[in-house]
Ligand binder design. Structure first.
Ligand code: ADP
Ligand code: MG
Length: 246
């Protein structure tokens, strides 16, 4: 279980998250939608400990992260980063390492796997995302969609309890977007828990278990996709969907 309770985050005077609570059950795919500037990236970065927050708490299984900075928070952060992976719009692969090295780096250095075990596991994951034949390539020689599939493989190699995706296909053309969405759909079907920020509405409609609309730092509406798309309750949701052309 991932549980966010009343997360508040400020940048100077600006309250970017204004008391966000949500939970993601095991095996659940949750999609976050909402207008630009609403706080989606900040929320994901907060869950993964890339940003501090001002009040509230985050629980990932038995690890609790509170707002107070200190040694307790540092230890909780270490645990959460091992358990929660993140996939970014811009892939963030190591440019000078091969595909295989990108995928084995953290398992060897963070999880202390032997090189042999890490390589074996990486190869099976690369096969799963359709990148087995590219293990010796450098990221720069791959298409954006291929790089994103390697980034997903790198995250999977940590055997995460949940994966956070921040607009994973926004930098991609339609064809490579489809490749990445297909990998994400397979992951969802395998029971991988994920929180996805995306403009890919068909993914939200067909793969998500729950959709949350984040607007101006608050959850405006939450529900199964049928409710959000077909039986919209809130004016904010209606406005967002109409602007998104849905
Ligand atoms: P979204 O991902 O939904 O587009 P963001 O989380 O990126 O929204 O941004 C939410 C708000 O926080 C925006 O008003 C943005 O300008 C502000 N913001 C984001 N990052 C920072 C930062 N590092 N410093 C100050 N303000 C920021
Ligand atoms: Mg964003």
């Amino acid at each position: 279980m991932i549980e966010l309770t009343q997360i508040v985050k400020r940048y100077q005077q600006h309250e970017v998250l204004r008391g966000v609570s949500l939970s993601v059950a095991d095996g659940e795919v949750c999609v976050l939608l909402g207008p630009s500037g609403g706080g989606k990236s900040t929320l994901l970065r907060t869950i993964n400990g890339l940003e501090t927050f001002d009040s509230g708490s985050i629980r990932v299984s038995d690890v609790v992260l509170n707002a107070a900075v200190g040694p307790e928070r540092d230890e909780a952060l270490l645990q959460i980063r091992k358990r929660v992976g993140m996939v970014f719009q811009q892939f963030n692969l190591f440019p000078h390492r091969t595909v295989l090295e990108n995928v084995t780096e953290a398992p060897i250095h963070v999880l202390k796997q032997t090189r042999d075990a890490a390589v074996r596991n990486a190869r099976s994951i690369l096969a799963r995302v359709g990148m087995a034949d590219k293990e010796d390539a450098r990221p720069g020689s791959l298409s954006g969609g291929q790089q994103q599939r390697v980034a997903i493989a790198r995250t999977l190699a940590m055997n995460p309890e949940a994966i956070l995706f921040d607009e994973p296909t926004s930098a991609l053309d339609p064809r490579t977007t489809a490749e990445v969405i297909s990998v994400m759909t397979d992951l969802a079907a395998s029971g991988q828990r994920m929180i996805v920020v995306t403009h890919a509405m068909s993914f939200a409609r067909t793969v998500a278990h729950r959709v949350h609309i984040l607007h101006a730092g608050r959850i405006a509406e939450s529900g199964p996709p049928e409710q959000i798309f077909e039986d919209t309750k809130e004016a904010i949701t209606r406005e967002f969907l109409s602007e998104a052309g849905k």
